[in-house]
Structure formats: C-alpha cells, structure tokens
Design a binder for this molecule. Structure first.
Ligand SMILES: [Zn+2]
Length: 262
C-alpha cells in the first residue's frame, strides 16, 4: 500500500513539473523581444520610459512588443515607420502599465493618416480639426490617428497634449460600456462620487477661464478625463503643483505610485 502511495505522489510531482515546463515554453514563445532599434527610439522619445528603473524598462518593452504583435497598424496615404509603431505602442502601454494583465480587447486596428481629418475621415478641405478618434459603427474596434499629431505628442516636452494617449484613455473609459469619464474598471467604487464631483468642479473652472487645463476638456466628462490624463502623463510635476487633488485622484486611477515607488 505504501508503495502505491509513494508511486502516486511521485507521478503527481512529475506531472506538475512537466506541466510547468510546457507552460513556460508556451510563454516564452509568446513574448518576442522588442527589436533593438525600437528600444533606442523609446529611450530617445518617451519620457515615461526614460524614467523607469531597468527591470520596469524591460517589462515596458515586453508589453509594447506584445501590443504591436496583437494590433494591426495601417497607413492610409502615408508610410508607417518604426518611430510611429514605437510611439503608438508606448501610448497604449503608458496608461495601463500598472495593470499587467490588461489587454485592449476593443481594438483590432489603427489607421494612421498623415495629417488631421474631419469627422467623415476626409483628409482634404478646410474643416479638418480631428487629430485622433475611436471608431464606431462599421469602424468599431478601429482607432484613427494623425501621424503628425502622434509625433507632435512626444516631441513637444512643454505642452500638456498627447493625442494618441488621449485616444487610448477613451478606450479604457469605454471598456465598461460607457465612454463617460468614469473608468469603472480602474476606479474603486468609493472614489466614483468624489471623482464625478471633481470633474464637475474642474469643468466649471475651465468654462469660467480659471484653469490651465486644455479647454477641450470642458466638452464633456469623457473629454475631461482624456485631456487631464494627457496632462497627468505629460507634465506630472506641473499638475501636482497646480492641481494636487486632481493629481492624487489620477494617481489612484492609474496606480502610478506603485510603479514610481518600487
Ligand atoms: Zn477625445
């Protein structure tokens, strides 16, 4: 009897070992390394990445690579260059970096236009104010970005704007079904009412010209959330000084303190 028990324990241990081995090799195949050129481009252009510690830099690279291998990027009247792929990947990962299992399940393709476009995706004519948008209807699961705006978002270090990041924040907001400025997947229930109240107060300040937040944020709560997220990731020090409460709330939403403090 004792022999049978020993045999059984041995067989279970062997099975567990083999299973772990195969799980590991599956995982290895899944994560390909980010090309070396891409790492240099991240270092040269992405402040968020520059500030990360070495182990976190590695994680960031893996997640950018995973994102780029799961979403198609198509140029429309323009070539998609390495720098565009890197900046799009970085914009996708920055707001969800503290959430290791996050996947953009509601995004399949990104269309890159050379310049701005209008609501009908026309690239000619005078009225072309759109720099990025999340598709709906037939273009559900599609994001459209202006290449010019994408690059400008990372090259200008003193503004508070980053178009691609703005669009990814809309996608995060949309995950719970409503693009309403309340990212329920990120926000603990007890913070929802204070957050809504904070949005109202800040939108009022913008409308009364008493705020340095981009006036576009006063359009509605969804735009407010996207606009202040750009500010939060582009100019964190300035936001912490000028809007400490808003900064603390966004830090709680994006759990950025967990990345900064380890
Ligand atoms: Zn928007």
């Amino acid at each position: 009897m004792q022999n049978i028990i020993i045999f059984f324990l041995f067989a279970t241990a062997l099975f567990a070992f083999l299973f772990r081995l195969s799980a590991k090799s599956r995982k290895k195949k899944f994560i390909e390394e980010l090309p070396g050129d891409y790492k240099i481009l991240l270092l040269q252009n992405v402040m968020f990445y520059q500030k990360l510690s070495e182990p976190y830099k590695l994680q960031f690279e893996e997640r950018v690579q995973h994102f780029l291998s799961s979403v198609r990027i198509t140029g429309v009247g323009t070539e998609v260059e390495d720098i565009d792929r890197v900046l799009i990947g970085a914009s996708a990962i920055i707001p969800i970096f503290a959430f290791p299992d996050w996947e953009y399940i509601n995004l399949h393709e990104i269309l890159l236009y050379p310049e701005t476009f209008n609501e009908q995706f026309e690239q000619t004519g005078n009225d072309r104010p759109v720099m990025g948008m999340i598709g709906s209807g037939a273009l559900n699961h599609v994001m459209i970005l202006s290449k010019h705006a994408l690059r400008e978002g990372f090259s200008n270090k003193t503004d508070k704007n980053n178009t691609a990041l703005h669009e990814f924040v809309h996608l995060i907001d949309k995950t719970d079904g409503d693009t309403d400025g309340i990212p329920e997947v990120f926000l603990q229930h007890r913070y929802i009412l204070p957050w809504v109240e904070m949005m109202r107060k800040n939108i009022k300040d913008i409308m009364q010209d008493r705020s340095d937040i981009n006036p576009y944020g006063a359009t509605n709560q969804a735009e407010f959330f996207a606009v202040v997220s750009e500010y939060f990731f582009e100019r964190p020090d300035l936001m912490q000084r000028k809007h400490p409460e808003l900064y603390n709330m966004l830090e709680a939403i994006f759990k950025k303190d967990e990345v900064d403090n380890s």
